[in-house]
Design a binder for this molecule. Structure first.
Ligand code: LMR
Length: 384
């Protein structure tokens, strides 16, 4: 098999941390958000991220024009229900998929005839790489992208990507419930995006076709990761190249040999059959896959107050249920994967874990300037 670097042909490799380019600035105002974003697919996911950055000013302007946006998109006055399009990329059986469906059922039951929630799973509408721009442009009202998708909008969210920063789900929750954790929900308001809640999935597991016990075992491999500058850097440190691809493409990328391995939560691995494609899974628990449930800020603030407060109450209850479910499902999907495929699950010893930690954690200092010392300190302080 060719080395990872050779397989990263320039047309395929998508650099993370892209800067805005003038090329994307002008097109944004033409046609609908959806057709525009569809054409962006031809340019590749990172073009959309670049667009997200380039559009910063435009999106801020849209947020300021929120009243008009809300009036256009909000029925209610005409007797028609208010439509909330909730776009996500995972299967309906995963914690996020179940959460989106629960939100729909409860919202429609508590606001009969006033609210209609349309859930679009499995990237039917947008990939995570596209959805925030689509939301800011008014083509989707709700989404729950993984934390890695917010980097174009605020570098602070990278706190959730730092390897070995969070040692348990409880630690993640303590940070999210801290003052700074709650403030992060508002960090993208200048771009017209309002955070509403944090949803869990689980700790990430890494996989390949050979046991990855210590970092040296992975040297020379190519991993699909989410589009994260931190993930790219952490893996480069152990000579693993990374290829950011939309989630829907992961099974094909492994099946065809485009990539050697990947990292994800057990529910994402199981629901996409990745346990039947890679043979060895290492429970490294080096990072946590979670989501921020977000909405278009102008849409949300333009809702009738009783509708908004009811939706917030529904979301609060659903969040509690999703997060409890995520913990259970991490275990049950792991067991199902083990039962259905002849895979090996590697549990590193404390010494082996130290080797991974020592290899990965130097990236903290590369990114603390972007994330901010106060946020770094708050995350460390939430450990106990
Ligand atoms: C991934 O791209 O691997 C995940 O972020 C997908 C998801 O939404 O869980």
């Amino acid at each position: 098999m060719a080395g990872a670097q050779e397989r990263l042909k320039s047309g395929v490799y998508m650099e993370t941390g892209v800067r805005p380019t003038a090329a994307f600035g002008a097109v944004a105002t033409s046609s609908s958000a959806r057709s525009f974003l569809m054409s962006c697919r031809n340019l590749g996911a990172m073009a959309v991220l670049a667009l997200g950055l380039a559009l910063g000013g435009l999106i801020g302007g849209l947020a300021a024009a929120g009243g008009a946006w809300a009036a256009d998109n909000q029925a209610g006055g005409s007797g028609e229900p208010i439509v909330i399009r909730f776009s996500h990329v995972v299967d309906e059986s995963t914690p996020k998929g179940i959460g989106a469906q629960l939100f729909k059922e409860r919202a429609e039951a508590r606001l009969p005839g006033r609210v209609k929630v349309e859930v679009y799973p499995r990237a039917q509408r947008y990939t995570d790489e596209e959805v925030l721009v689509a939301m800011a442009l008014g083509d989707v009202e709700m989404a729950a992208p993984s934390f890695t998708q917010f980097r174009s909008f605020t570098r602070a969210m990278q706190i959730f990507e730092l390897p070995f920063m969070f040692d348990s789900v409880d630690h993640v929750h303590r940070f999210q419930n801290s003052d700074i954790g709650r403030q992060l929900l508002d960090f993208m308001l200048p771009q017209g995006i309002q955070g509403l809640a944090y949803w869990d999935n689980g700790m990430r597991v890494i996989s390949a076709n050979k046991p990855l016990v210590v970092p040296d075992d992975a040297a020379g491999l190519l991993f699909r990761t989410e589009p994260s500058a931190i993930f790219q850097e952490q893996y480069n440190r152990i000579d693993v190249a990374t290829l950011p691809l939309p989630f829907r493409d992961v099974p094909d990328a492994i099946r065809t040999g485009l990539v050697d391995g990947q990292e994800n939560s057990w529910s994402n691995i199981y629901s996409r059959g990745i346990h039947k494609l890679n043979r060895s899974f290492t429970e490294l628990d080096h990072s946590f896959l979670g989501y921020m449930v977000v909405t278009n800020a102008a849409f949300w603030s333009g809702l009738p107050e009783d509708v908004r407060t009811t939706l917030e109450s529904v979301l609060k209850d659903v969040t509690t249920e999703v997060n409890a479910l995520a913990q259970r499902q991490a275990q049950t999907d792991r067991d199902k994967a083990l039962g259905e495929a002849s895979i090996t699950i590697v549990t590193p010893t404390p010494e082996q874990l130290d080797a991974w930690r020592n290899a990965f954690t130097p990236v903290w200092q590369d990114f603390e300037g972007q994330i901010g010392q106060e946020i770094m300190d708050a995350a460390v302080a939430a450990r106990h």
